[in-house]
Design a protein around this ligand. Sequence first.
Ligand code: GDP
Ligand code: MN
Length: 389
Amino acid sequence: MKIHEYQAKNLLKSYSIPIPKGTIVKNKKDAISIWEDMKGIPLVVKAQIHSGGRGKAGGVKIVNTKEELVDYVSTLIGTVLYTEQTGKDGMPVECVLVEEALKFKKELYLGFTIDRARACITMLVSSEGGVEIEKIASQSPEKVMIEHIEPLLGLRDFQITRALLLTNIDSKYLRKLSSISKSLYRLFIEKDCSLAEINPLVITEDDEIVAVDAKINFDDNALFRHPEILSLRDYTQENHLEVEAAKYNLNYIKLKGNVGCMVNGAGLAMATMDLIKLVGAEPANFLDVGDGATSQMVKEGFKILLLDKDVKVIFINIFGGILRCDTLARGIVEAAYELQVELPIVIRLEGTNVEEGKRILTESGLSLITAKDMGEAALKVAGALGLTS
Ligand code: GDP
Ligand code: MN
């Protein structure tokens, strides 16, 4: 789960990491009142969306007058911001963060994330923080210091010192930076994060270290033990079909292509994606109805697939185990009647009660493209998209 920058900064503050003075603004009136509170010092206005890259996309701006502030706040709120990370749909800006604009001499990068290959938490530090960090990490990886953290030992002092010294940051900042690193690591562990990143972490003109931006993501599987984090969830920033699917306990993942996939089980989902790509097509999404699905759940799931405007062909690939093929067929038929499907549907069914499932589908009068195995089904998907010669 992701949260907004202002929420992440509140968390940093509760771990004693310095943040700029500021407040969340939802309308013109809020903007005027913060201008008066801050007594005319330059302010920075920042769009709150669940995405980085806002600076480059025009979502961060320093303002020097009240008119400029009100003007920019009114322009941003209610619009959709497109950044390198949002994809073509962009993300809605419902509020902005207005803070004192700091003057700084240096932008650093400090982050903790999980290295899945090594199965450990990793600390990343760079003296070249700011909006170009991705470019620096790929073009000059030697500028980003990496410390792998031994799970049983935790982050050790010598690791922090080593990483900081190797970045050529003046050693007079070592104590403050070391304390911030420890606090951020503690936050990462205690809140079950998957990412905790401060970019930039700045050195101000009067030698203070302040977190100017923060991005914190959480491990969804651990949210049950963090109601305080769950309460920060903002559904306006999430894919609405993914949110809808979660209501029915279905696993729906939005992807970039045009084949809508209904499968059961994560393994079959992966194999289905592979096959689709093998025949030259791209999945638009996958919906895993899981094992315990009822006809009602299949029906709701199928509706979600149809609501995805990118979908041009539907591929149903089911191996009936605990989920019986007749249960699945009933759900599909009900949804198809209700929504008057016009898209081609390729279906491959196997497993428990397959005969009954096929009978329900045949007698439904729906025009379905059936396949006897996965390979044939994938080719028929490609055919329906006009990809085969
Ligand atoms: P991001 O682009 O989504 O990562 O948004 P950031 O919050 O990191 O802002 C982008 C850039 O704007 C930062 O890297 C800074 O260079 C600049 N910036 C943000 N806040 C301030 C500020 O208070 N003062 C100054 N001078 N620059 C700022
Ligand atoms: Mn940033």
